[in-house]
Design a protein around this ligand. Structure first.
Ligand SMILES: Cc1cc2nc3c(=O)[nH]c(=O)nc-3n(C[C@H](O)[C@H](O)[C@H](O)COP(=O)(O)OP(=O)(O)OC[C@H]3O[C@@H](n4cnc5c(N)ncnc54)[C@H](O)[C@@H]3O)c2cc1C
Length: 573
């Protein structure tokens, strides 16, 4: 029996579950772990793959949110900075400090605008000069003064900035540099949260490609899109953590709501050594005159550029289109005027929808990034209350989960057992962050497994300390590099397929690894990965062929959110 049929058969035998969580983005899986650690049995379902929504499409900043200060969201910035520091500690295998530089084109520009926004006027944000940025960065440093995990900010003169970052637009007057953090493998951290939840309480289950389709006699009918069957579950409480899809999901449960007002954001992954060298080991953060924020940063040998804040109606239809690509190229030229990026340098694009609360604000950058919980009480035809998680940031998922659990636990009659603020996640447990500790760890794991030290170092970076279990399993001489992508081993891929809830090839390529993100999902790589998956998961040749087709990266400038969508039923094997 596979893990999927195990879960589905178990639910048929006993449909009762304390909490049914709909949606396996970071907020859903964060809540799953939070409740598992309190001893609450949960079932989490996602209509697509886990982390297929906004949580795999973010800019990967684990940050306070400098510009939210303008909107008097001091509590949110404070909470975000605390959560950032916790993730630096608890997920040190994937989250690390990120130096961030803001090019400044005036000294006082935007001060009046910032002051008006701060006092609540609906003014469109624009680029900011040195003074408003200074005030914001001072607050940033002040908030974390007692738990400082990153250096404090500094300003650099025009001459100094052009010396350090020679490609910058010479029209700058100075630059401001501060530290936030970035997450490399956001998708893997979510899978690790599921593993941790299952370890904490094996009654907690998570299943992808399953969605609620209707209510039937007070039960929620779930459809398994992979196997085609349905199963009815009887939850005490339901949590709708489906992000931008919250209202659509409520509709399936017979409820008309208008909580969400999503905005899309797009990213380009570039193979552009010229821009890579110009940006260096930092993130450059700039705001266009229209108020939209853009970023560019180096990532595992590539460069990622992103922009955000375009209103979308249907989250399933969001895509990184030509207009978005052109916009990002144009805004980049304002910061690095001499860097030329031919279209062929774009390896991959992705687009996601930020689950913002519905607000009638004309300026989307002004909509709050805070989070809230809307409760819809039980009704005769729906004998369970529905808790809808609205908004939020990747950075604050743990705090959001903690707050949601604190609302749910009294309702379930369960007392909180433990706090999660200091609990490491997955391969972040006992992670050797300091260089000396790291070398010692690598030497120890190499000795124990027989793998070469260089290879153990790669595995440590990819999986944190969870690498040790795999290294011991394969042992010396047990690995065979993929022909098409030798930095991955056949056995490594097999291990992921066996242990990480992979249903489709795209899950492996885009959400259990960074193969797709880095633009490495070439036809020969997909074919070789499909052959490995075929052996491990029992696919026949036709299914392998079909999976290769479905996992192909979308053409640049068209429907790039394809890999985040559930696969059409007619295309399943
Ligand atoms: C472009 C962009 C950049 C961002 N950058 C940052 C950043 O740098 N830092 C930061 O902190 N935050 C950032 N964010 C915000 C952050 O990504 C989101 O707030 C966060 O990922 C939301 O997580 P979620 O779990 O609520 O939603 P999602 O990740 O969207 O998860 C919702 C899940 O629900 C599933 N689902 C949908 N309908 C159903 C259904 N009917 N039944 C079951 N499952 C369903 C979907 O498949 C999906 O997996 C960014 C967002 C975007 C879009």
């Amino acid at each position: 029996m596979t893990w999927r049929s195990d879960i589905l058969q178990g639910l048929k035998a006993d449909p009762n579950v304390s909490v049914l969580i709909l949606g396996g983005g970071v907020n859903g899986v964060g809540l799953l772990r939070e409740l598992a650690l309190q001893g609450v049995d949960c079932l989490l379902v996602d209509k697509a793959d886990f982390v297929a929504g906004a949580s795999s499409k973010s800019s990967r900043m684990i940050h306070g949110g400098l510009r939210y200060l303008e909107h008097r969201e001091l509590r949110l910035v404070r909470e975000s900075l605390f959560e950032r520091n916790r993730l630096l500690e608890n997920a040190a295998h994937y989250v690390s400090p990120e130096r961030t530089t803001i090019p400044l084109f005036s000294w006082l520009g935007g001060f009046l605008r910032s002051a008006l926004i701060f006092t609540g006027f609906p003014v469109r944000p624009g680029s900011r000069g040195a003074l408003p940025v200074k005030v914001g960065l001072w607050f940033y440093d002040f908030v974390t003064r007692k738990n400082r995990r990153t250096p404090t900010h500094y300003f650099t003169s025009r001459e100094g900035s052009l010396r350090t970052i020679p490609g910058l637009n010479p029209a700058i007057v100075a630059t401001a540099t501060y530290w936030d953090a970035k997450i490399t493998q956001a998708e893997r951290l979510c899978i690790e949260l599921i593993h941790d939840a299952r370890r904490a309480d094996p009654r907690c289950r998570a299943i992808n490609y399953v969605r609620p389709v209707r209510l039937d006699g007070g039960a929620v009918v779930l459809a398994d899109e992979a196997g085609g069957e349905t199963v009815a579950v009887r939850p005490t409480v339901v949590v709708n953590a489906t992000g931008a899809w919250v209202d659509k999901t409520n509709a399936a449960l017979g409820l008309q709501t208008r909580y969400m007002g999503g905005t899309k954001g797009s990213h380009l992954v570039l193979d552009c050594p010229e821009l890579h060298d110009a940006v260096g080991d930092r993130m450059v953060y700039y705001q266009h005159a229209d108020g939209r924020v853009c970023i560019v940063f180096t990532f595992m040998g590539r460069v990622i550029m992103g922009s955000t804040d375009i209103r979308v109606g249907d989250p399933d239809a969001a895509e990184c289109d030509d207009a978005e690509i052109e916009y990002m190229m144009t805004t980049l030229r304002g910061v690095f005027p001499n860097v030329r990026i031919p279209r062929g340098k774009i390896l991959f694009t992705f687009c996601g929808v930020r689950p913002l609360p519905a607000e009638d604000k004309e300026v989307l950058a002004n909509v709050s990034r805070g989070h809230a919980i809307e409760v819809i009480e039980a009704a005769p035809e729906r004998p369970f209350p529905l808790y809808c998680l609205i908004g939020g940031k990747w950075t604050t998922f743990r705090a959001f989960a903690e707050q949601a659990a604190d609302r749910l636990l009294p309702r379930l009659g369960v007392a909180r057992r433990s706090a999660t603020g200091g609990v490491p996640i997955g391969g972040g447990k006992d992670f050797p962050a300091a260089p000396g500790q790291r070398n010692e760890w690598i030497r120890g794991a190499a000795r124990a497994s027989g793998l070469a030290g260089d290879r153990v170092a790669v595995l440590l970076e990819r999986y944190g300390t969870a690498a040790e279990a795999y290294a011991r399993k394969v042992g010396a001489g047990g690995e065979h590099p993929l022909r098409s992508l030798p930095s991955y081993a056949v056995e490594e891929v097999g291990y992921i397929l066996e242990t990480e809830y992979v249903e489709h090839l795209a899950d492996l390529v885009y959400r259990r690894s960074v193969i797709g993100l880095l633009g490495d999902a070439r036809p020969e790589v997909l074919r070789e990965l499909a052959a490995v998956a075929g052996r491990v998961l029992g696919w026949d040749a036709a299914r392998e062929e079909q999976e290769v087709r479905l996992a192909a990266p979308p053409p640049i400038g068209s429907a790039s959110s394809l890999t985040g969508s559930p696969l059409p039923l007619r295309e399943r094997g």
